[in-house]
Design a protein around this ligand. Structure first.
Ligand code: MLT
Length: 237
């Protein structure tokens, strides 16, 4: 398995310009978009529809009024939205479809939508994700670290490293894959503390969302993996 890593938004953009039709992409936005999607799918949310902009999501809601509007800008739900982007908010909306727009996570998902497969990753489902990939054995794997605005995010790289660690012990890894694997080895025994000290973790603490950090730092507590099918993310059966 050839593993490439897009470490930040400018690298996602670079990969987006390359042919992705033979690539399986796994998107990580640990704090918090992909953690929320995984939590929601595990709790019975029927589907998430990732959207890049607030305007697009609001327009879509007009033609699908039963859908919930969820997401964040600067960490909080935009005015008029039904839900924000805290994993806990998706525990009690089983059976619903959710239109979701976030600063980086949903944008990253849309960026690699041309991949052969797009899977949704988090620390929360890392074992299930690894097991699925070991079954499917894609030849080319791209781990997408969504980042924050234009910047690298440590928590996404830690999760990418957790997946690399579970997929291969091979020394034939790219330098970026080795880097994230080593990072995960350093962080794995205290994920919550590492996440709390990231820039995103500190920003969430400043707006009173410390609980989200704890919720996103749990390792392998769900066996749900999301997959983008067309424009919709559903749980892989
Ligand atoms: C994002 O997509 O940028 C994040 O999930 C941001 C957040 O939840 O605060």
């Amino acid at each position: 398995m050839n593993i490439q890593i897009a470490l930040c938004p400018s690298e996602i953009h670079r990969f987006r310009l390359q042919p992705l039709q033979n690539v399986t992409s796994v998107v990580f936005d640990v704090l918090r978009a992909t953690s929320s999607i995984v939590t929601g799918l595990a709790a019975g949310v029927e589907a998430f529809v990732p959207m890049e902009t607030i305007e697009e999501a609001i327009a879509r809601k007009k033609s699908a009024p039963s859908f919930l509007l969820a997401g964040e800008r600067e960490g909080v739900a935009p005015p008029g939205f039904d839900l924000g982007n805290s994993p806990r908010e998706f525990l009690n909306v089983a059976g619903r479809c959710v239109l979701m727009t976030t600063t980086n996570g949903t944008v990253a998902i849309k960026s690699v939508a041309g991949s052969a497969q797009v899977l949704i990753g988090a620390l929360l489902n890392i074992e299930a994700l690894a097991a699925l990939l070991l079954r499917r054995r894609p030849e080319h794997l791209l781990l997408v670290c969504s980042g924050t605005h234009e910047d690298f995010s440590l928590e996404d790289a830690i999760a990418a490293g957790a997946l690399v660690r579970r997929l291969t012990a091979s020394e034939e890894l790219s330098d970026a894959a080795k880097l994230v694997r080593e990072l995960y080895e350093r962080a794995k025994n205290d994920l919550e503390d590492w996440l709390r000290r990231t820039q995103n973790g500190q920003a969430l603490s400043r707006i009173g969302k410390e609980l989200d950090i704890r919720d996103c730092a749990r390792s392998s507590c769900y066996d749900a993996v999301g997959e983008l099918r067309g424009e919709t993310i559903v749980r892989v059966e």
